[in-house]
Design a protein around this ligand. Structure first.
Ligand SMILES: Nc1nc2c(ncn2[C@@H]2O[C@H](COP(=O)(O)OP(=O)(O)OP(=O)(O)O)[C@@H](O)[C@H]2O)c(=O)[nH]1
Ligand SMILES: [Mg+2]
Length: 224
């Protein structure tokens, strides 16, 4: 009985995710779901991305957090359409966005004319892996301050990733961090996804990340 209830919930979520995707695709929008542990650097990289493609790629953002609108305020300072979705509630809040929350967020956003939509998910490496939102691609972030073993400890979120971004590489000189070990663990669970090394602080690696966004825009539109 329990299993049946869980299945139904996931089926309802997948149906709503499907309709989100259909609506976004009809508008020609390519959507990326950004996932990571809390504080891995999603918002910082997004801000750097917005600076880099200003006037070139039209971007909108759905921000997911349990509480506060801090991230949406940071994004709004770049003058792009943004909406904050808070998952909080009396029981502590949800550890992930679901498709219904994204649907509600999208209804508050001016979507016409956008090329790319980023959905910054709640910082969490477990629950976020199970909920489709209507995205074309999942991008999983991992920062060099988290340790090399995260991909094998939380395999699903790394296995699901269409791309993986290693963040905060400006901190490497200060850390006892083995990049080869991280790559080994990434490849154990995800042999094929492109991996980018970036710093939102120094700007290192941003060109490759932006090139990936441009390629993804083209390839997703070509698939449709
Ligand atoms: N040194 C360094 N610090 C960074 C970098 N990117 C982010 N940070 C810092 O890391 C902290 C968290 O960054 P955020 O961008 O808020 O991370 P997030 O993944 O959006 O966090 P949540 O939304 O809370 O999950 C902040 O103090 C940032 O200034 C980076 O490339 N280098
Ligand atoms: Mg954030």
């Amino acid at each position: 009985m329990e299993v049946k209830v869980v299945r139904d919930i996931m089926k309802i979520n997948d149906n709503v995710a499907g309709s989100n995707h259909e609506m976004l695709a009809e508008k020609g929008i390519v959507t990326l779901n950004l996932v990571s542990s809390p504080g891995a650097g999603k918002t910082s990289l997004l801000e750097k991305t917005l600076e880099a493609v200003k006037g070139d790629i039209a971007i909108g953002v759905v921000e997911g957090d349990v509480n506060t609108s801090h991230d949406a305020e940071k994004i709004a300072a770049h003058n792009v359409p943004v909406v904050q979705v808070n998952t909080g509630g009396p029981a502590g809040g949800s550890c992930h966005l679901d498709a219904g929350m994204v649907k509600e967020g999208l209804s508050a956003l001016e979507l016409d004319g956008l090329d790319l939509l980023f959905i910054e998910n709640v910082g969490n490496l477990i629950c976020t892996a199970s909920y489709k939102l209507g995205e074309d691609r999942v991008v999983t972030f991992v920062s060099v301050t988290e340790g090399e073993d995260k991909p094998v400890k939380y395999p699903l979120i790394f296995r699901n990733a269409d791309a993986i971004v290693i963040t905060k590489i400006d901190l490497l000189p200060h850390l006892d961090f083995d990049m080869d070990k991280l790559y080994g663990h990434i490849r154990e669970v995800n042999p094929d996804a492109p991996v980018f090394e970036c710093s939102a602080r120094s700007g290192e690696g941003m060109d490759d990340w932006i090139a990936y966004l441009r390629e993804t825009l083209e390839s997703v539109r070509a698939e449709r």
